[in-house]
Design a protein around this ligand. Sequence first.
Ligand code: ATP
Length: 606
Amino acid sequence: MATEQTKFSVLCSLFTWTQRSKSAAKKRSKFRKFLDAFCIDRNFFPAIRLILPNLDRERGSYGLKESVLATSLIDALGISRDSPDALRLINWRKGGAATGATAGNFALVATEVLHRRQGTASGGLTIRELNELLDRLASGENRAEKILVLSTLIQKTNAQEMKWIIMIILKDLKLGISEKSIFHEFHPDAEDLFNVTCDLKLVCEKLRDRNQRHKRQDIEVGKAVRPQLAKRVANATEAWKKLHGKEVVVECKFDGDRIQIHKNGTEIHFFSRNFIDHSEYAHAMSDIIIQNILVDRCILDGEMLVWDKSSKRFAEFGSNQEIAKAARDGLDSDRQLCYVAFDILYFGDTSVIHQSLKERHEILCKVVRPMKGRLEVLVPNAGINSHLTSGEPCWSFIAHKVDEVERFFKETIENRDEGIVLKDHSSKWEPSDRSGKWLKLKPEYIQAGSDLDVLIIGGYYGSGRRGGQVAQFLVGLAERQSPNAQPMRFISFCRVGTGLSDEELDVVITKLKPYFRKYEYPKKRPPSFYQVTNHSKERPDVWVDSPEKSIILSITSDIRTIESEVFAAPYSLRFPRIDRVRYDKAWNECLDVQSFIELVHSSNGT
Ligand code: ATP
């Protein structure tokens, strides 16, 4: 049977069977049988785009995530918004059935609702008709058009078919078979070709004959490439061992959007990690790219971030879209988009992914003219300490010892950055590879079982991003004579900076500012109601001189506590992180030393 004439119900049976089957091999062979029996014209794309909807970029976005889809289905079904079924759809996270068995699965909740309205007989929709309706759903300019398409779909299907259509719209079929297996079963070269083109239609068209191998294709300007990825490691020592004998570049892990910039003359594309072309970046960035990238054709790999001109630092993740829109609308802002290029994949007329990272860094430096806060190049500088003299933060260096990696990791965490990436300087860039040529190291946070509510007793100025202002706190535990008594004093406990958004941190600092007193060790003793050691790490830049005006923070940490020589409390925390600010708690509700020690002993089983 020709693909487009095949009934969608055939595909639904394949989906249902695949989802239920436990054997990966059987799932793969069933999929192969489907292709052989129902795509005899070898026109695979109409079916495969329904099987791998998250990889299909031929259709635009539907603009229908669960909540919008819920209200659209309610209107398509013509039911009242406050009816029990409408509420079930709207509150899909809570579950549709009385048992709550479908909780959190929108398609299953919708199926329950649809079952009561649709017959069980198949509507007879073909794959071609479904694709046409999905095209209309994606291109529909307003809500009314989308609702019309949804009600047509409901008329032409039964509840089971509609369930799979909803999953296609949400781009996740939950079949329990990997994309890799599907590609492999389709054609042995399908995955490779997809990785360098991100074009499902092209893969289906070029690889019609499973027995004919396809020559490995290189990347090209204008076609997104699946990015090289980083493997997670637990600590600096593990990372160092893994890259033993290699020249290692250590970079700051920036927290923005991974974007590939494809430049072909004045044509610029901004491809995300999911190969979506983010044209909204064009207004703010295209001219800068055209003027400062000194080659006609190239592909850059890097991170799109937001630069805050007043604080001269990168803003936290999450405002890229808003800043892109502000630039498009000509609105004045202290913030602007900034692209950090950390690699180059194509240069002039050739792909350079087969060259070493070291060589690519050299090309990158020749090709990109950096512009402060707009377009940055991430290549190793002279050494880890260079930023101490230049005043600029160090973002990348060649490491010679594991201690340098450890130190840089600590610095990035103290600076509230996301972590670090280690790269083999001799490695080539490989599409979609996560085998360990790039390693990432991020702090691991585990809930400490119960909240640790501690009091802010001092503050440390930050460097780099938060230079000149308090970026971290010294927090203390209360010391009480008896369990319910008022605290007599506070014992220094640990230093913590990460966990809050910049905005949340600014609110805390503004509230505490009137009580900050500069601390010039050793001339001035800390206030007498704080107990500290003489360790240098414990000299905050400012003390909070009225504990009763201070603020409680709930902190979590890596579950391992460390015996502390630095702080006055007998234990401290490894990688502590602020969970939230407890404005609802008074200063004297701070956790006390005794309770904390009991907590440590109970979690250690001693
Ligand atoms: P995470 O949630 O940790 O970012 P991820 O699954 O999104 O993980 P990974 O491959 O594990 O992605 O980590 C690499 C990601 O880190 C890249 O996709 C990129 O967005 C980001 N990144 C930030 N700085 C760098 C850098 N200097 N080099 C490479 N990737 C970087």
